[in-house]
Ligand binder design. Sequence first.
Ligand SMILES: Nc1nc2c(ncn2[C@@H]2O[C@H](COP(=O)(O)OP(=O)(O)O)[C@@H](O)[C@H]2O)c(=O)[nH]1
Ligand SMILES: [Mg+2]
Length: 368
Amino acid sequence: MRIKKYTGSTVTEVLNRVKDEMGIDAVILNTRTGQGNGSEKTLVEVTAAVDGSYPVGRGQPPRSRIIRNVTPEVTKETSSLVQEIKDLKEILHSITEYGRYTRLPGALPALVRCLIDNGVEEPITKALVHWLLVGLRGEEFNDRELIEERVIGAFEEMVSTNGGIKLRENGATVVCFVGPTGSGKTTTIAKVATEFALVRKAPVSIVTTDTKKVGAVAQLESYAEIIGVPLTVVYTPEEMKDALPSDGSRLVLVDTTGTGPHDEPGLTEVATFLKEASPDQTYVVISATTGFRSIVETFNGFKSLPVTGLLFTKLDETRAFGPILSAAITTKGCISYFTHGRSLPDGIEVADVRRLAQRVIRRNGRDG
Ligand SMILES: Nc1nc2c(ncn2[C@@H]2O[C@H](COP(=O)(O)OP(=O)(O)O)[C@@H](O)[C@H]2O)c(=O)[nH]1
Ligand SMILES: [Mg+2]
């Protein structure tokens, strides 16, 4: 890792020199302003680092490099232990400096406040800021719209979605819904069933293995009756194969018992049912009101199951969508749907990261 201090009269001037000399992979460790020796003039000092093995280039870095900057690397090439400790001290210093976000140029402080206020995790915010500092030039630092567009594009690049349920060419597509109790699995199944059965006119059937929650079967029975689709209740894993219909259904939606991420016996039981169902897709259903840490914990808890993605419910109950984006980036989980309401048949949409990121960036952005 090469570390160098640059001084000049403005942040943008110094950053441009950093980019010219160190290239697009330079990481800004610290920025400081102060008076020069015996002079009234304000001096800006920027400490930047670059991994010696990175190719040096100009212009905007590819977005795939953003995440690499979340955790600055100390490479094996660092010559001595003393140098390594010095580097680490610089990095630690830069983290506390960025924690205050006081010395960022142009529209960046307002953007950072917006990201943090909306629950975007700090390492992700920092990575975005580093990336913007290296990628923006001159007047671009004051162009709020351009910066927002770049950040929205970066979120689109970092968060993957699967476009919702895709039906197989032939036979039935089996989709299972797992997750904590009360996260909205059953309600979401009813919404998906309505969309496919009534709007897309595809034969749908519902299977439930949730015979534990009081009233769960009755709840699904009434949904199935309203939508006009068959419902099968499965009590043991052995019954699952017979329950999967050979009646020409194109989509089979499987409901499961609510399970917490640390409930080992519960997870094992759900896994046993899933094994028999051999699902094409399995979504972990999580409420959008859950904090970042709990979303990550829940997703990781379900990793022992053949999970193919995340589904977020209750977006109508929160205004902070940063935890959803942050958790999807952290877990690399692919998002399928968002739901935003109790009532049927509305309140479900195929996950659209651009729209969500716009709400994160712009809610109290330009206006606030
Ligand atoms: N506000 C809101 N409530 C929802 C949404 N989805 C489900 N719910 C409510 O959350 C509660 C639990 O839903 P349910 O489907 O029974 O959860 P399950 O235990 O995971 O099957 C119910 O009161 C639902 O009406 C949603 O998108 N928004
Ligand atoms: Mg349920």
